[in-house]
Design a protein. Structure first.
Length: 328
């Protein structure tokens, strides 16, 4: 090792560059660099105001100003006597002088002017004129040798009374019924129609009571008064509910305590809705619910469920019960 160091020293000396001179030169260069850096930093420090560094200046005037009202803005409703009760526990002393608040500003004339309201016009009520009376009363239907009305006579009488048929309403009272000496009014002879539906004649009930087993009224029933049915509406075709196939469309017209009540109501509906009841068969089905026995009155003869719904819609429009059903 000592031999190698000696060899390097000898080689440097042979080259003519002393080692100590190299070290001194490096130290001098480092010192000079440090000196130049310190000089530059000092120059910049001295000249920083000139180089554009902002300067904070004190504001003119007092730093803090005392407010005009040291206690702050007073809250509303202060100084009232009622506040003294909560604050001090006792009521405040009555002041020597009480000043009332000023009156409110009055409205100007254009503000107080009221618009003149016009009363709504009274509705015009049109009074229907009574139709003229007939000069002649329809004759009685022809009867056979046994005293019963014939089919041709019944249909002829019904055709002559078609114009006097009355719409479906409540039962007529004795005051509402026409007197025997009053002629039957014909609606087709006058263009003016009464606003209120006419009552069903009481003679129709007598016609119901005189209906024979064949579906036609007897002469005794016809003599009681005019019949409001046309086109053979009293011809009834009963259908056994046990023979109806499942899926058949029916229209239920009501439920009754007895079969006789159901038959009578069918005749009433047949007389008042003859345009819709034409071609419909009667079905009276016995049923029970909750220990109570009742009878369902249904109409049969619809092509589909939509036909039954249209049928019931016409009944419901005149306050009659009707529900489309499908047998099971």
């Amino acid at each position: 090792m000592a031999q190698m160091q000696a060899d390097h020293r000898d080689a440097a000396e042979d080259m003519g560059i002393p080692v100590g001179r190299l070290i001194n030169g490096a130290a001098a260069a480092l010192s000079l660099t440090l000196l130049v850096g310190v000089g530059v930093w000092g120059y910049r420090t001295v000249m920083r105001d000139v180089s554009g560094v902002p300067v904070i200046r004190a504001a003119a005037g007092e730093m803090r100003v005392r407010p005009e009202v040291p206690g702050g803005t007073p809250a509303a409703h202060q100084g009232l006597a009622v506040n003294a009760v909560a604050a001090e526990g006792t009521a405040a002393r009555v002041p020597d002088q009480v000043t009332l608040a000023p009156r409110g500003a009055d409205l100007t004339e254009e503000d107080v002017a009221e618009a003149i309201l016009k009363a709504p016009p009274e509705p015009e009520v049109q009074v229907a004129e009574a139709p003229p009376a007939l000069d002649e009363v329809p004759a009685e239907p022809a009867v056979d040798d046994e005293g019963n009305a014939t089919d041709a006579g019944i249909r002829a009488l019904a055709a002559s009374l078609a114009s006097g048929a009355r719409s479906f309403t409540a039962e007529a009272t004795d005051e509402d019924l026409p007197q025997p000496e009053t002629a039957v009014a014909r609606a087709g002879d006058s263009g003016a129609q009464p606003l209120r539906p006419r009552q069903r004649p009481a003679a129709l009930k007598a016609a119901f009571a005189g209906i024979s087993s064949g579906g036609l009224p007897t002469a005794a029933a016809v003599q009681g008064g005019p019949i409001t049915s046309t086109r053979g509406a009293f011809e009834v075709n009963d259908i056994d509910p046990n023979t109806i196939q499942a899926g058949t469309r029916l229209a239920q017209l009501g439920a009754y305590d007895s079969e006789e009540d159901a038959r009578k109501d069918w005749l009433r509906l047949n007389a008042n809705f003859e345009d819709y009841m034409e071609g419909k068969d009667r079905v009276i089905q016995k049923a029970s619910s909750g220990g109570r026995t009742f009878y369902r009155l249904r109409a049969m003869g619809f092509s589909d469920l939509s036909d039954a719904r249209r049928f019931c819609a016409a009944f419901v429009a005149q306050d009659a019960e009707c529900i489309p059903v499908v047998t099971r």
